[in-house]
Design a protein around this ligand. Structure first.
Ligand code: CA
Ligand code: CA
Ligand code: CA
Length: 109
């Protein structure tokens, strides 16, 4: 789990937000501060389930429907995901919880 920066087995909220920040920088290599959703085919070179997740995330992140996702929109959109990860509500999603959430997301409905 890359997001677990200090390797204590938990991804706390700060670590989660940091990982979101890194992810956004990866999506926005020119540092425009916004990612056009039309860029998705370029961004989605990675594995199919990942691309699908990213697509859902970007669409839900675009609150003002201008078809671009700003850094603020992106970080905000990821926050409820963190809440869902922490199944036992102890404030710390463990690697196991993250893994569980991931397989739930990737299971086709
Ligand atoms: Ca940690
Ligand atoms: Ca937007
Ligand atoms: Ca937990």
């Amino acid at each position: 789990m890359k997001a677990d920066a200090n390797r204590d087995g938990y991804v706390d909220r700060a670590e989660y937000q940091l990982s979101g920040d890194c992810q956004f920088s990866h999506l926005d290599p020119d540092h425009h501060g916004a990612v056009p959703i039309s860029d998705l085919p370029r961004l989605a070179r990675s594995s199919a389930p990942q691309a699908k997740r990213l697509k859902i995330l970007l669409h839900s992140a675009d609150r003002d429907h201008d078809t671009t996702v700003t850094r603020a929109e992106f970080v905000k959109a990821r926050s409820p995901v963190w809440d869902r990860l922490d199944q036992d509500r102890n404030g710390r999603p463990s690697r196991k919880e993250v893994k569980g959430a991931r397989s739930r997301l990737e299971t086709p409905r």
